[in-house]
Structure formats: structure tokens, C-alpha cells
Design a protein around this ligand. Sequence first.
Ligand code: FES
Length: 183
Amino acid sequence: MGPVSDPDGKANDGGGAGDEALAVPEPRWGAEFPYRWDADDLASRRRLLEWAVYASGALFAGTLAIAALGRLRPPGSAAVRAVARASDVPEGGALYFGYPGPEDEAVLLHLPGGRFVAYSQRCTHLSCSVLFQPERDRLYCPCHEGVFNPLTGDPVAGPPRRRLPRILLRREADTIFAIGMTP
Ligand code: FES
């Protein structure tokens, strides 16, 4: 038996009246601005995939570059620079200098007992400059009254929670050199 024609003359393959009830009529704007959404989806997905591949490649290349740089410069290393003559910094005194760059504030301390230590002057709270107060045996940050132990750089009062970055020193005869930093 062949297809049945309805009164409007359209072919009916036997699916019943329910099929017509489910059919969504095309909106008027669809006729005026025809757009192939299925083709658009395909292009967008392909584009997205291309971008994902490029981004992964760039990320991989960046990681390789950082790893290579890390191998060239071991952790904690920085330029070796003469900081001061030990005899110029009296015991209990301090000398402010720039390290690792000239703009990076640092402080060299000559502690009682003859030991030299050096730290970044940047407070680990919000980066104000810390000052040595030998009369109170402390490194002091005036911004929020942070206090650090001059022997270790550890925070002992106020808001700072991390110790001051330490500058590694080497002494040759009377000259003190800065040779690197630890976080
Ligand atoms: S910046 Fe040093 S205590 Fe806040």
C-alpha cells in the first residue's frame, strides 16, 4: 500500500498525526536570515581544537625554556658582588646596599660576636623597608610594626609570616662578597 495523501496534498508515510504535532515551525526570521547552525558548530569546534593544540604547544615550549634557564642558573645564585670591607662596618653596625640589583634594597649586619649576615630589606608582609635597630636587637618594619630576628631573619612580631630573604655572603680577607640569595 502506497503513501496516503492528506487533504492538503502532503504525503503521509504512515507516521500518524503525532509527527505533525511535534514538528516545530521555522520562525519567520529563519526564512529571512537563513543560517546553517550545524555548519557553524562544526567550524567552531574545529577552531577551538586548533587553539587548544596551539596553546598546548606554546605551554610546552615555555616549560622547556624555563627548565633550560633553571639549569643554567642554579637556585639561590645571583651575581657575585663586593659589598663592603669588614673593617668598615663596626660590630653592632649595619650597611645598606643594593643586591642583587642596585635598586634592590638590602642590609648587611655585623652582629655582636663578629658574625656578618645580610638580608633583603623588603618586608615579607607588604614590602616596606626594614631597618636595623641594634639597640633593640631587631630588624624593624615601621609600616605595620613587623619585627624580624637579625640572627635568622625570622619574623617574631607583627603581621609578617615569612622570614626575610637571606643574602649569602663570602668573606675573602677583609672584603665581604654577596654571592646569592635564598628565598
Ligand atoms: S609591610 Fe612590614 S609589617 Fe607590613
